[in-house]
Design a binder for this molecule. Structure first.
Ligand code: ATR
Length: 269
């Protein structure tokens, strides 16, 4: 039986074993997929041990995505742009890194929700690792404009400078967000985890604006409730992105593209 794992800290909350086992069942195979808890000091030795034991693929979650990136011999373009790796494969012991988070977001927005991103004006709130992972796929989807707004302006500016060859990206402080509506507003801050909504003007929402929270929960997140209260056209949390990034990882490892639709009700009781 082929072996896979997800490594992080904490890790017991991870839904990845359930998701990947369901994907394997679709393919008609059985896999062994385990959760692995690591400390920063033993992350590299733990991954090498897993690889020596014959592991085929490894998902990387917080706080190890950047460390994994630094130790890969090969990186795909999304991992390079994200500066982070969430999907690891091995080639004769060498680490090969990919990042499927941004593609996961794109698939959820376009395939599951039905948005067309071409020529859209997009506002991302937050400038941390989560934002960096989604910029390149959004640009490749043909958006017209991307504003990255952050509480601390310098962090947004630093991130935008990594994509300096892309003229449609700009940075601003939360307090300086223009009071005009966007087609898509993405919350990529960690505020939802503490039930907070970033301080952004309601004017970014009109009746045609879609609001997407990268965080997910069993109930609407604080950002989704805020979007609904300002009559956004629609809103979603990031459960679909979680499923789609997993499907892309599975495709990288197995060359089989799983369907995600049947998994939504399983993961959201
Ligand atoms: P991640 O890797 O998940 O993106 P991170 O690198 O810690 O996590 O980044 C967290 C992001 O959420 C940052 O953009 C942070 O803003 P600052 O850079 O100004 O700290 C943002 N953030 C967290 N809580 C927030 C809040 N209550 N309001 C606004 N922004 C918040």
């Amino acid at each position: 039986m082929q072996r896979f794992a997800v490594i992080g800290n904490p890790i017991e909350h991870s839904k990845s074993p359930q998701i990947h086992s369901a994907f394997a069942a679709q393919e008609g195979i059985e896999i062994h997929y385990q959760r692995v808890l690591a400390e920063p000091d033993d992350f590299i030795s733990t991954v090498n041990q897993l690889q020596e034991q014959g592991l085929i693929g490894l998902n990387i979650t917080l706080p190890f995505k950047v460390l994994a990136h630094a130790n890969c011999l090969q990186l795909n373009e999304y991992a390079q742009a994200a500066g982070a790796v969430n999907t690891l494969s091995f080639n004769q012991g060498d680490w090969q890194g990919a990042n499927t988070d941004g593609i996961g977001l794109l698939r959820d927005l376009e395939k599951n929700i039905g948005l067309s991103l071409s020529d859209q004006r997009v506002l991302i709130i937050g400038a941390g690792g989560a934002t960096r992972g989604i910029v390149l796929p959004l640009i490749e989807a043909g958006i017209a404009e991307l504003c990255i707004a952050n509480r601390s302006l310098s962090r947004a500016e630093e991130l935008v400078s990594l994509f300096a060859d892309r003229s449609q990206i700009s940075a601003c402080a939360l307090a300086d967000i223009k009071h005009e509506s966007y087609d898509l507003v993405i919350n990529a801050t960690s505020a939802s985890l503490s039930n907070q909504v970033p301080a952004i003007p309601a004017a970014v929402i009109s009746s045609t604006t879609f609001c997407y929270d990268l965080a997910y929960a069993n109930d609407d997140t604080a950002f989704m409730l805020w979007a609904k209260s300002h009559k956004a056209q629609g809103c979603s949390d990031g459960l679909g992105m979680l499923l789609e990034q997993a499907a892309e990882s599975y495709f990288i490892w197995r060359g089989f593209r799983p369907e995600t639709a049947a998994l939504f009700p399983l993961l959201r009781p």
